[in-house]
Structure formats: structure tokens, C-alpha cells
Design a protein around this ligand. Structure first.
Ligand code: NVA
Length: 301
């Protein structure tokens, strides 16, 4: 059973084929119009979502299938029912499951007992659908992936950073982290294993030769509000702002969104012509179509 829990599970070829397919589907949206006819995607959410929820739902609809939204805060999971029983039951109804959870070990358990493919729609460790859509966007904008330099600014102990590091390693891009040199803000070795990334503490030096400057929220969903003030103090020198973008006049700006304008990024950068954040958001949908088609083994002409 093939799942997408982490990009560690996918080979270089699988990643590259998914990106190519997503680009092909975007150019020719009617190609797969009924490819998933009568198939159902069950979407489980333990955390809020805008892009993941809507892009998967609309992707399924446009492929001729159906998506069900299921809010885990009103469910039997964990309290009344084990992950095993939950997973066995949902596999009898749905053809594919997408889950947004807190602990990564929970999605691994869900997948272990599932008889249908499980897709990670974000856990505390990873966000593989985001990273696949992001490298699709890089390919569209720069015409290549191999050799592209992506500088990740800010809180790098982060699901999006981990997935970008794993994917960059597979597809031959460079990932440079610029963050405080503290365990709290550095990629978690338990999530990235032996995958390599470069590190440059000084954000101005880091962005100098970047093709892409990427950042994400300083307050991911699982971080308690009480930590906000203290984290801002450590992270403020990594803000994506006009001063930093003046150091490199060509790099594109990426953010997985949601963004807190005025914290990790300023309006000036978000709204600049170099910002491709809405293309990224759109490409979530095209790459998720490719992921679903691949996992469900749909025939693609
Ligand atoms: N790192 C962020 C990503 C949101 C899409 C979070 O986990 O909240």
C-alpha cells in the first residue's frame, strides 16, 4: 500500500513524476476530468485549514470524485476509539484518506492499519503536499529545480522546512537555513534524519545568492500562544522585509501561508512583484490532483 506520509517515503523519480504530472494537468485541466469518478476522499482535520481543505476538496470534485470533510475535534478518535479501529472502519468507506494531525506517530499508526492510501495533510513534523506544490512552483517560475538555491528564514524547526529539506535533497536543490542557532529553531534531527542542509546564521549573508527566499509563520499551530512574545524576540532579525530584499534584488519570495503580515513578513515583501505566494497556493491543488491520481493508480493519457 503506497502512502504519502513524508517525502522520505517517495523516490526521486516518484517526486519528479508527480511534479511533471501536476504541471501537465495545469496546462490541460480537462485531461483527467473523470479519472476518479465514484472515488471518495475522506479528509480528517485536527487543526484548522484553508488551502489544504479547499484544494483537496476541489481537486476531487474536478477529477470526478467526492470529498468528505471530517472534523476530528468532534470525533470518537483517541477518546472512545483506538486509531486502529478508526482506520479499519474508514478504509471500508473511503478510497483514500487525507489527514491533518498533531503527532506524526498518529498518522503513521493510521496508515499502518489502513487498507487505502493515506496522505499527510500536515503533522507537527511534515507537510509533504506543500513541498511538492512548492517545487512545482519553482519549476514553473525558474524552469528548473536542480541547482536552485532556496534560503529558508526564521523558525526552521518546522514541518514545512523539514519537508523542503527532504525534497531538496531528492531533487538536487540547495536548502540553506538561516535561523537562530538554538535547538528550538533548528530542523529537528528526528524529522529529517540524515538529510543535509546548509546553515548561515546571518540572514543578509544567507540571502545574498538565493534564487528563492522562503519563510513560514513563527507560530505554527502546535505552539502555545504564551510563547509568542519570547519567540518574536529571537526571530525578529529573520523577518522577510524590504531591507533584507534589498541585499538580493532578484530572488523570488515564497511562503506556504497563512502569513502573519508584520511578523515573519512585511506587506512590502508579500505584495511585491517578486512574491509568488498565491501561485504556490494555487499549485497545491494541481499537485494534489497528481498525488491522488498516482496513489489511486488512475490511468492518465
Ligand atoms: N508551519 C505551519 C504551516 C501551516 C500551513 C503550521 O504548522 O502551522
Amino acid at each position: 500500500m503506497k502512502h504519502l506520509l513524508s517525502l522520505n517515503d517517495w523516490s526521486k523519480k516518484e517526486i519528479e513524476d508527480t511534479i511533471e504530472l501536476a504541471i501537465k494537468l495545469k496546462k490541460n485541466p480537462h485531461k483527467c476530468i473523470n479519472a476518479l469518478s465514484c472515488k471518495t476522499l475522506l479528509m480528517l482535520f485536527a487543526k484548522p485549514s484553508l488551502r489544504t481543505h479547499l484544494s483537496f476538496d476541489i481537486a476531487m470534485y474536478q477529477l470526478g470524485g467526492h470529498a468528505i470533510f471530517y472534523d476530528l475535534s468532534h470525533s470518537t478518535l483517541g477518546e472512545k476509539e483506538s486509531i486502529k479501529d478508526f482506520s479499519k472502519v474508514i478504509s471500508r468507506y473511503a478510497d483514500v484518506v487525507m489527514a491533518r494531525l498533531y503527532a506524526h506517530k498518529d498518522i503513521e499508526e493510521l496508515a499502518r492499519y489502513s487498507d487505502v492510501p493515506v496522505v499527510n495533510g500536515l503533522t507537527d513534523y511534515y507537510h509533504p503536499c506543500q513541498a511538492l506544490g512548492d517545487f512545482m512552483t519553482i519549476k514553473e517560475k525558474l524552469g528548473k529545480i536542480r541547482g536552485v538555491k532556496v534560503v529558508y528564514l526564521g523558525d526552521a524547526n518546522n514541518n514545512v522546512t523539514h519537508s523542503l529539506i527532504l525534497e531538496a535533497q531528492r531533487v538536487g536543490a540547495s536548502l540553506i537555513v538561516s535561523s537562530p542557532n538554538k535547538k528550538e529553531f533548528l530542523p529537528n534531527p528526528a524529522a529529517i534524519g540524515k538529510a543535509r542542509y546548509e546553515y548561515e546564521k546571518n540572514p543578509e549573508r544567507a540571502v545574498k545568492n538565493a534564487d528563492v527566499i522562503y519563510t513560514d509563520t513563527w507560530m505554527s499551530y502546535q505552539i502555545p500562544k504564551s510563547q509568542e512574545k519570547r519567540r518574536m524576540k529571537f526571530l525578529k532579525m529573520y523577518q522577510a522585509n524590504g531591507r533584507l530584499f534589498a541585499v538580493n534584488k532578484k530572488a523570488l519570495f515564497m511562503h506556504c501561508l497563512p502569513a502573519k503580515r508584520g511578523a515573519e513578513v512585511t506587506d512590502e515583501v508579500m505584495d511585491s512583484p517578486r512574491s509568488i505566494v498565491y501561485d504556490q497556493a494555487e499549485n497545491r491543488m494541481w499537485s494534489e490532483k497528481a498525488i491522488l491520481l498516482k496513489l489511486l493508480g488512475a490511468k492518465i493519457k
